[in-house]
Design a protein around this ligand. Structure first.
Ligand SMILES: NC(=O)c1ccc[n+]([C@@H]2O[C@H](COP(=O)([O-])OP(=O)(O)OC[C@H]3O[C@@H](n4cnc5c(N)ncnc54)[C@H](O)[C@@H]3O)[C@@H](O)[C@H]2O)c1
Length: 311
C-alpha cells in the first residue's frame, strides 16, 4: 500500500506539492476550506500535467494514474486519516496556521511529521503554535513547486534527527533536492541570495544603467546561464579566489546597500502595478493572453531545463 500524505491548503504552492506526491505514487489528500478551491487545484494540476505530456516528460497514462492518487476534502479529520506526513501550505498568517496546528494535534498520530511551507515565519515562531514540537519542520518549496527542484529544510532545536531524516527521504522520493540548513536564519539561503541580487537589479534600473530587458539578459545570458549547474561558490573556485577577492573588495563599497525599496518600485506597488498578477509591473504586458503565454513559456523552459539536468 502506498504511503498516505496530506497537503493542507490547495493554493499556489499546495496544489503543486500535492501533484509531486501523486506523481511519485503516494496517496495524497488535499485539504482546503472550500470545495471550489479544491476543484480549482485539481484543474491546475491537470493543466500542469498536460504541459508535461506536451513536453514528453510523462504520458497520458502517467497523468491518469497521478490524478487517481489525489483525493480532496474540506473535512480535516478525513484529510489526515491514516496520513504519515502533513505539509502545511495555507495562507501566510500565523493565526490561521496556529489554529490549524492545534486542530491537527488533536487528531494525528504522535509520529506524523508536520512540515510547514512558510516563507517568512521562523521555526521558533511556528513552534510556539504546537504542543509537540519535535516533529515540526519547515520544508520551503519554490514556486512553481512541481517544477523547481529545491526544497530548503529548517529544523528547530527540538526537531529530532529521525524527523529530519524521514523528511529528507520523502523529499528525495518526490524528486526534490533538499538542502538542510544548519541554523535558522531569516530568508533561509535562496531568498537571501535572491534578495541581494534583486536589490542590485532595482538599483541598476533606478539609476538608468540599462533597460529592464537588458538587466535581465545580463543575468540569463551570463551568471544565470552558469548557475543552473555551477553555484556562486564553485564559480569562485573556477575563477580563482584571488580574482574573486579583488572582485568583492573592489565592488563591495559601490554596491547598493539600500535598506528601503526604491521609490519607483514603491510607486508601482501603491498604484497596483504588481507584475503579471495585475497586468503590468516592471514590464508592460499587452493583455491577459500575453501574460498567460509568458507563464506557459516559463514553465516549458523549466521542464526542458529539468530534463537536461536529469541527464
Ligand atoms: N507563493 C509562493 O511563491 C510561495 C513560495 C514558498 C512558500 N510559500 C508559502 O506557502 C504557503 C502558501 O502560500 P500560497 O502562495 O500557496 O498561498 P495561496 O493564497 O495561493 O494559498 C493558500 C491556500 O490556503 C487556503 N487556506 C486558508 N486558510 C486555510 C485553513 N484554515 N485551512 C485550509 N486551507 C486554508 C486558502 O483557501 C488557499 O487556497 C505560505 O505559507 C507561503 O508563505 C509561498
Amino acid at each position: 500500500m502506498p504511503e498516505k500524505v496530506t497537503v493542507l491548503g490547495a493554493g499556489t504552492m499546495g496544489h503543486g506539492i500535492a501533484q509531486l506526491y501523486a506523481q511519485a505514487g503516494y496517496d495524497v489528500q488535499m485539504y482546503d476550506i472550500k470545495d471550489e478551491f479544491l476543484e480549482k487545484a485539481i484543474e491546475r494540476i491537470s493543466n500542469n500535467l498536460d504541459m508535461m505530456i506536451q513536453e514528453q516528460t510523462i504520458t497520458e497514462e502517467d497523468k491518469n494514474v497521478a490524478l487517481q492518487h489525489i483525493s480532496t476534502s474540506t473535512d480535516l479529520k478525513e484529510a489526515v486519516s491514516g496520513t504519515r506526513f502533513v505539509t502545511e501550505a495555507v495562507s501566510e498568517n500565523l493565526k490561521i496556521k496556529f489554529e490549524l496546528f492545534s486542530q491537527l494535534e488533536e487528531i494525528v498520530d504522535e509520529d506524523v511529521i508536520i512540515a510547514s511551507n512558510t516563507s517568512t515565519f521562523s521555526i521558533k515562531e511556528l513552534s510556539e503554535g504546537v504542543k509537540k514540537n519535535d516533529r515540526l519542520i519547515i520544508t520551503h518549496f519554490f514556486n512553481p513547486a512541481h517544477l523547481v527542484p529545491l526544497v530548503e529544510v529548517v529544523k528547530g532545536p527540538e526537531t529530532s534527527q529521525e524527523i529530519i531524516d524521514r523528511t529528507v527521504d520523502v523529499l528525495k522520493a518526490i524528486g526534490k533536492k533538499p538542502v538542510v540548513l544548519k541554523k535558522d536564519i531569516p530568508g533561509l539561503i535562496a531568498n537571501r541570495l535572491q534578495a541581494a541580487l534583486v536589490r542590485e537589479a532595482f538599483y541598476l534600473l533606478d539609476n538608468d544603467v540599462a533597460e529592464a530587458e537588458d538587466i535581465d539578459l545580463a543575468i540569463t545570458a551570463g551568471p544565470g546561464f552558469r548557475w543552473a549547474f555551477i553555484g556562486p561558490l564553485e564559480t569562485s573556485d573556477f575563477g580563482g579566489l584571488d580574482i574573486w577577492k579583488s572582485v568583492v573588495e573592489n565592488l563591495a563599497p559601490v554596491l547598493s546597500k539600500d535598506e528601503k525599496i526604491p521609490p519607483f518600485v514603491e510607486e508601482k506597488v501603491q498604484s497596483g502595478n504588481l507584475g503579471t498578477k495585475t497586468g503590468n509591473g516592471l514590464f508592460t504586458y499587452a493583455d491577459h493572453e500575453e501574460i498567460q503565454r509568458r507563464i506557459r513559456e516559463r514553465d516549458e523552459y523549466f521542464i526542458r531545463l529539468a530534463k537536461i539536468k536529469e541527464q
